[in-house]
Design a binder for this molecule. Structure first.
Ligand code: CP3
Length: 338
């Protein structure tokens, strides 16, 4: 994978650096909030191709972004494996926690592809609606999915999941099962037309170096190897959120093509690696979108300057926050494209 080929792949319809955002579709858009009123159950919404296609197209129509990410959620995987998953307003995702000691016991790995068929149907529809604009497929990574599956809800430190990673003899079985399902889930999105895939390891940052190696780097590498074996031309983007300086090993050892950086990372640390054939993405603080335009503009200029010699996909360090004013997003895009 050369840097140039990647740019052709993500941004073939324009001659500028690609711009897109995590959670570019979602609650900060009034048109998304109106669409969500048609289906209050978020998982059912995710399994309705018509709604997901519309949600994907809303920010594209409004902002003319260079790429879109599949509208879905990482938690469709535990749901498809038969683990009860539901979303509670104001709390976020809830799951019935897996049984300690035999984490895979209640999971049914036979039905998931069929269960996720509406997601793949949605992907095909999104690809048609997007035309030449690339669609990014995605999955949660094994560790982050395991966090939610063991803890049963969002958490600041996922303490139960970390204890499980350390002590539960069945934890590696759960990771192995998830690797297999994630590869299949991504291959099906690719076959439905996704041109790039992104792995979200949103909770990678809470692991010690040893567990980071065992449960972030190694599973990611095995997933990347499996994907490259059958779809060698599809770029893989990796996001180990909160990994700080461990991002370097993450990039070098996993075989990913694009390293996504969260907003806490000092990009100066990565810029000397510009000799490496690596494309970077992200790093701009989503909170800036809720502050003053002067500061936002200043930070964007600094960022553009810093990354001038490095292939860099303009994106935030995490998703667009739900309280963001869409006009600020437009302002940011204008600054980026100037
Ligand atoms: O444009 C897009 O990015 C939309 C597609 C998308 C969603 N979730 C839709 C969504 C993607 C790529 C995700 C990934 C996702 N989901 C991650 C990894 C990225 C990250 O944020 O770290 C994680 C950890 C989840 C799990 C999840 N789903 C949580 C924690 C929540 C609650 C978030 C909150 O702010 O309440 C969700 C719900 C969710 N997923 C929403 C959307 C648009 C909001 C649900 C709604 O419409 O009510």
């Amino acid at each position: 994978m050369t840097k140039q080929r990647f740019f052709q792949c993500v941004c073939e319809h324009k001659n500028t650096r690609p711009v897109w955002f995590f959670r570019q579709a979602g609650r900060y858009l009034p048109e998304y909030r109106a669409l969500r009123k048609k289906q209050h159950d978020f998982l059912k919404f995710c399994y309705t191709p018509e709604y997901c296609i519309e949600a994907v197209m809303q920010p594209i129509r409004r902002f003319d972004l260079d790429a879109a990410i599949v509208f879905s959620d990482i938690l469709v995987i535990p749901d498809a494996l038969g683990q009860p998953v539901w979303f509670e307003g104001g709390i976020g995702p809830r799951l019935q926690p897996l049984c300690a000691g035999n984490l895979t016991e209640t999971l049914n790995a036979k039905r998931y592809v069929q269960h996720l068929q509406p997601v793949y149907d949605g992907v095909s529809g999104m690809v048609s609606a997007l035309g030449t604009r690339p669609l990014i497929g995605f999955s949660g990574s094994p560790w982050t999915l395991a966090c939610y599956m063991i803890e049963g809800r969002g958490s600041r430190d996922f303490f139960s999941a970390r204890i499980s990673a350390l002590l539960d003899a069945s934890f590696p079985d759960l990771i192995a099962l998830l690797e297999e399902v994630i590869v299949e889930h991504l291959l099906r999105q690719i076959d439905a037309g996704a041109r790039v895939v992104q792995l979200f390891d949103s909770w990678a940052g809470i692991l010690s170096p040893r567990l980071f190696d065992l449960y972030v780097i190694r599973p990611t590498r095995r997933i990347v190897v499996a994907l490259k074996k059958s779809r060698p031309k599809i770029p893989v983007m990796g996001f180990a959120r909160g990994a700080g300086c461990k991002n370097m090993q993450f990039a070098e050892k996993t075989g990913i093509d694009v390293l996504t950086l969260d907003e806490t990372v000092d990009r100066a640390f990565f810029l000397p690696t510009s000799q490496v054939d690596m494309v970077f993405q992200g790093n701009l603080d989503p909170v800036l979108l809720l502050g003053s335009r002067d500061v936002l503009q200043h930070e964007i200029e600094r960022w553009k300057q810093d990354t001038i010699h490095q292939p860099w996909i303009y994106n935030l360090g995490h998703g667009v926050h739900k309280d963001t004013d869409p006009d600020q997003v437009q302002f940011m895009i204008d600054c980026l494209r100037k």
